[in-house]
Write a protein that binds this ligand. Sequence first.
Ligand SMILES: Nc1ncnc2c1ncn2[C@@H]1O[C@H](COP(=O)(O)OP(=O)(O)OP(=O)(O)O)[C@@H](O)[C@H]1O
Ligand SMILES: [Mg+2]
Length: 160
Amino acid sequence: MIHGAPTLQLQTVSAQQTLEVGTGLGKSLVGGLVIALVGALGAGKTQFVKGMAIGNGACDARCVTSPTFTLINEYAGRLTLFHLDAYRLSGPVELFSLGFDELMAPDSAVVVEWADRVAGAIPAERLQVHIEAVGASVRGLSFWAYGSAAESCLGALCNR
Ligand SMILES: Nc1ncnc2c1ncn2[C@@H]1O[C@H](COP(=O)(O)OP(=O)(O)OP(=O)(O)O)[C@@H](O)[C@H]1O
Ligand SMILES: [Mg+2]
């Protein structure tokens, strides 16, 4: 559930810019953090995760593919970044059956596309990121930091 005004709002004017914001976030990730990504088809969620994987290190954009069918991708780096896509999941129970609980660890971060489809499984303490198409190549990015890990991650992103 979303409450309160976003902690941070940005606008990007190209896919590259969204990737760069994601890269900043990837550099700022803290262990144990869950990032709930929400946005319509083609909003730019995977583009954002590409940046996160790059910022987390030891990965380039080519290693990031949409986990629509694989359901979970894993990218090594400073932290292990798990990338999930809930688009085809029936709901929170199916997410847990994939081992979602075990992915959340001090040396990993977990990013979930279509997090609104499995909202019941997403921890209250998380970084919520919404991406909205404003124009053909313009996207609005809104961030809500819930909990100290998300707050410190977003704080680090803002200071980059
Ligand atoms: N400012 C922008 N930020 C991100 N993507 C953009 C932007 N402008 C144009 N695009 C284009 O929008 C598309 C975003 O695709 P992407 O796969 O990242 O979306 P998605 O939200 O993951 O979609 P899906 O719901 O299918 O998983 C790409 O083709 C990208 O080039
Ligand atoms: Mg995607």
